[in-house]
Design a protein around this ligand. Structure first.
Ligand code: NAD
Ligand code: GLY
Length: 361
C-alpha cells in the first residue's frame, strides 16, 4: 500500500494505492461524512465493481447509486443534469459526498458535478482505468465537453481523496491499458530520466500486467503528477508540460472524430512528433529520439499520425489550441530526456517543415 499526498494547503488530499483497496471499509470511513453518499458509475463498471464499493459503505445511513451510459459522447451537460436530478431527488445536502467510480469520463463529470452542486460538495475519485489512475483522477481538472470543444466547460476542483485499487485493471481491455501507458511513459519523458530508464527495462513485464511492476509505475506516475500540480495547480505555466504530445494528439483526435483513436493512442503519435521537433531544434539527439519512438511502440501505441492526415489538417486543429493559448501556439518540447518545457519559442518554419513532410511520407 502506498500513500501519496497532494499538497495544496487546505485543498490537500491523499492518493491511496493498494491492490484490494475496494475491500477496505476503514479507508472509506475516513473520507465520508454524515450527509451520505451518491455513487456515480456507468453501465460497464457497475456489474464489475459497484457491489464492492457498496459493501464498503454499508455503515452509511444513506447511500444511493446512479448508473450512467458509457462513453465519451455522454460527457455532456445533459448527462451532468442526470447527476443533479439524482442528488436533488435523493434530498442530498451540502454535507453529501459524491463518489466517482470509473474512468476519466466518469471522474471528470462527477468532479464538475461536485464543484457545482450547491456551490460545492466533497467528492472521492475511484479511478478504474490506467489512464484515470495515473492522470485524470489527480489534480482537480473536472468538466464536460461542449459541441464546439472538448473539456470546454469545467472547473478546477480537487477531490477529498483518490482511492486506487490496482486489481480493477485486470478487467481493462488491452487497448485501454496501452492508452493508459501513454500517460505513464509521458512522465518519464517529461520529468524523470531515471523512471524512464526503469520503464525501458520493465516494459515487457508492464505490458503483460505484472502487478507489482504496474503498481510501482502507478505510484511513481502519481508522485510526479502531484509534484507538477503542487507547483502550478491552475496551469499558469509549469503544469502545461503534462500536455507533452497532446497538441498534436488533439489534432489527430479531432481530425478523425473523437473515439476513432483513443486519447492515449493519439498522444502516442503526438509524443513522437513533439520529440521529432525537439531533435530538429537540436535539443535531443537521434539516439534519444529513437528511445522515445521505441518505448511508445513497445506500449502498442501508434508512432505515426493517421495516413490521411496532412499539414493542413494539423494546422487547422492546432490553431484551436493557439486560440485557447491567447494567440501563440505553445508546444511541449524536450530539452533532454526527462526534462520538458512548454514553449512558444520555436521557429514556426520548423513546425511547417515537419508537417509538410507528412505529405511525402
Ligand atoms: P473512459 O472513462 O471512457 O474509460 C474507457 C473505457 O473503459 C470505458 O468504456 C469504461 O467503461 C471502461 N472501463 C473503465 N474501467 C474499467 C475496468 N476496470 N474494466 C473494464 N472496463 C473498464 O476513458 P479514460 O481513458 O479512463 O478517460 C478518458 C477521459 O479522461 C477523457 O474524457 C479525457 O478528457 C479525460 N481526461 C481528463 C484528465 C484530467 O486531468 N481531468 C486527464 C486526462 C484525460
Ligand atoms: N492531464 C493534464 C493535466 O492534468 O494538467
Amino acid at each position: 500500500m502506498a500513500k501519496i499526498n497532494v499538497g495544496l494547503g487546505e485543498r490537500s488530499y491523499d492518493i491511496e494505492v493498494a491492490a484490494g483497496a475496494l475491500a477496505s471499509t476503514a479507508l472509506f470511513k475516513q473520507f465520508i461524512g454524515k450527509g451520505g453518499a451518491l455513487i456515480i458509475t456507468n453501465e460497464t463498471i457497475a456489474p464489475l465493481y459497484l457491489q464492492a464499493v457498496k459493501n464498503c459503505l454499508e455503515w452509511l445511513e444513506k447511500c444511493e447509486v446512479l448508473i450512467l451510459p458509457d462513453g465519451e459522447q455522454y460527457k455532456t451537460l445533459s448527462t451532468l443534469n442526470l447527476i443533479f436530478d439524482a442528488l436533488l431527488a435523493g434530498g442530498f445536502a451540502r454535507d453529501a459526498t459524491l463518489i466517482a467510480l470509473g474512468g476519466g469520463v466518469i471522474g471528470d463529470m462527477v468532479g464538475f458535478a461536485a464543484a457545482s452542486y450547491q456551490r460545492g460538495v466533497p467528492f472521492i475519485q475511484i479511478p478504474t482505468t490506467l489512464l484515470s489512475q495515473v492522470d485524470s483522477s489527480v489534480g482537480g481538472k473536472t468538466g464536460v465537453n461542449h459541441p464546439l470543444g472538448k473539456n470546454m466547460i469545467g472547473a478546477f476542483y480537487q477531490p477529498k481523496a483518490v482511492v486506487i485499487d490496482t486489481q480493477v485493471l485486470a478487467t481493462l481491455p488491452d487497448r485501454e491499458f496501452s492508452a493508459g501507458m501513454a500517460e505513464v511513459i509521458k512522465y518519464g519523458f517529461i520529468y524523470d530520466a531515471e523512471f524512464l530508464a526503469w520503464l525501458e527495462v520493465n516494459i515487457a513485464g508492464l505490458m503483460s500486467r505484472d502487478w507489482s511492476l504496474v503498481e510501482t509505475a502507478i505510484v511513481r506516475s502519481c508522485e510526479i503528477k502531484a509534484a507538477v500540480v503542487e507547483a502550478d495547480e491552475r496551469e499558469q505555466d509549469r503544469r502545461a508540460i503534462l500536455n507533452f504530445g497532446h497538441t498534436y494528439g488533439h489534432a489527430i483526435e479531432a481530425h478523425l472524430g473523437y473515439g476513432q483513436w483513443l486519447h492515449g493512442e493519439a498522444v502516442g503519435a503526438g509524443m513522437v512528433m513533439a520529440s521529432e521537433l525537439s531533435r530538429t531544434m537540436g535539443w535531443i539527439n537521434e539516439a534519444d529520439h529513437q528511445r522515445v519512438v521505441t518505448l511508445i511502440a513497445r506500449c502498442g501505441l501508434p508512432t505515426k499520425p493517421p495516413v490521411n492526415m496532412n499539414a493542413d489538417a494539423f494546422m487547422r486543429y492546432m490553431a484551436v489550441d493557439k486560440k485557447v493559448a491567447a494567440g501563440k501556439l505553445k508546444l511541449v518540447l524536450l530539452h533532454s530526456l526527462g526534462d520538458a518545457v512548454a514553449t512558444a519559442e520555436f521557429p514556426p518554419e520548423a513546425l511547417a517543415t515537419q508537417l509538410a513532410q507528412l505529405e511525402n511520407a
